[in-house]
Design a protein around this ligand. Sequence first.
Ligand code: ADP
Ligand code: MG
Length: 333
Amino acid sequence: MPNSVMHTTIEGDGQQVPAAVSAVGLRKSYGDRAVLDGIDLRIQAGSVFALLGPNGAGKTTVVKILSTLIGADGGQAQVAGHDLATDPQVVRAAIGVTGQFSAVDGLITGEENMLLMADLHHLSKTEGRRVTAELLERFDLTDAAKKPASTYSGGMKRRLDIAMTLVGSPRIIFLDEPTTGLDPRSRHTMWQIIRELVTGGVTVFLTTQYLEEADELADRIAVLNNGRIAAEGTARELKRLIPGGHVRLRFTDPTTYRSAATTLTDATHDDEALTLQILSDGSQRDLRAILDRLDTSGIEADELTVHTPDLDDVFFALTGSTTLPAPTKETAR
Ligand SMILES: Nc1ncnc2c1ncn2[C@@H]1O[C@H](COP(=O)(O)OP(=O)(O)O)[C@@H](O)[C@H]1O
Ligand SMILES: [Mg+2]
């Protein structure tokens, strides 16, 4: 259990990896409603961290606190190695925030939005133009640069928003629900952009309601529920919290089904559906062992499907009914 805010994580090889974000016991209430009830976070520099939670879970509140837009009622946090409470300006200079609601001004062109940002960051006219041209190109907005941003599609607006955030060369970027409301293609483009940011060494803190997105992008995922982190870990670690991986054999002929059911004594039966379920971790080795058993016993199923628990199962288990105990820090590691 952390008893103080640490700046670094000791990795297995003894190397010190700086934490881009570390927070202990963050609290925030609105009226008598505790929105955040003691949040601990540790995000390694250069990684993608996803804060996953349903609507109203407090994701935006976390982003607002960590990006110095609002103050916490309790706890402490360091971002880019600086304390939020004592060094907010330094933190602000190191981060970029793309909010759930776009900062793009629709009345002016994409290029003008970018140049305005360059001005805000006190870049010289030449440097501002250079950075603007480069970022518009990088985000495939060069053709639309001279058009009012109000004419942009949702995906283009998000891209412009991120391009604007990058004008200040932030080391840490907060993306609050970057793909909510985007069509599948724009979403994939956004995922690609996020991956490229990380390749460039940027730390990404993203919030999402989409499990698939967290699974796809994040090195580590924290599930926010009822003002607390219900679970934290890699997608693989979180999935491991949920039992239920199995192989399902389906039969069409009742006689074949009955003979298989008699042979596979460890399988769960569904006599109505003529299916058998065998517990399995879905690994190649495990599947081979199951197939060998079927072959040896001369069992020929009409259909064989592998079911591995996905993040959806984890999410519903953690945020829905309390079917699972909250994992300890050790389990989540
Ligand atoms: N300024 C505010 N005043 C009162 N309640 C707020 C305010 N901002 C957020 N909340 C409440 O806090 C809870 C968490 O909000 P938010 O952080 O926006 O959640 P999320 O981003 O996960 O959807 C919600 O119930 C919301 O209504
Ligand atoms: Mg939000």
